[in-house]
Design a protein around this ligand. Sequence first.
Ligand code: MF3
Ligand code: CO
Length: 249
Amino acid sequence: MAILIKTPAEIAKMRISGIALRQVHDALAPHVVVGASTMDLEEIAVAKIAELGAKAAFKGYHGYPSALCTSINEEVVHGMPNAKRVLKDGDVLSIDCGVIIDGFYSDAAVTYAVGTASAQTQKLLDVTKASLEAAIEQCQVGGRLFDISATVQEMCEAAGFGVVREFVGHGIGRSMHEDPQVPNFGTRGKGQRLKAGMVLAIEPMINAGGPEVKVLKDGWTAVTIDGSYSAHFEHTVAITKDGPLVLTR
Ligand code: MF3
Ligand code: CO
């Protein structure tokens, strides 16, 4: 399928969706504490999404049961909120959420250290987040898609981390997943030319150990094969003639 180019009016609508999603993440942040369950976070998100007049994008997507993905420690992505899953000191929690407003999707993820973080955990979070920010800077008209990918790969591998291959970022708009796929690995200078009006969900998924992952028997939860911790940060970003516009900031 061709990459769908958004008009400035459509990007303005996506910005409204993105701001609402940021408000959901901001509502969750103070509740990421030792003793909270991931279902507590789900309930806060569901209430906030309703208050904002938005719709949860993930719930019902290919049968996914929740508004959030809450992935702890060796869980990479698509962990499901669960009242029995209680956060403890030293955990790493990724919260991924998507919303729809006026027909437009936004998608964003943040990873938190719960309580005290080990030096290795803090480095994993810092490098993954920095790789997303550097990748966003690559969202320039005339650049190439894999400039984004290579930026993430180079920064994270230089730090000794494993770059997940099985899950990738994506175009986003009136659907959650549009073309193109946005891998977190690739060759600088290759890939499609970036054009004004493209909107991309960029989402490095980075493991403290090796890059390999597997999906658990629940059909959703992806975990690292070696049990190492994993981090995930995501923004929805519009490419404009004036540079990258982060819709979920
Ligand atoms: N950020 C993820 C993605 O882009 C979230 C989808 S999870 C699902 O694919 F639950 F909706 F499937
Ligand atoms: Co996404």
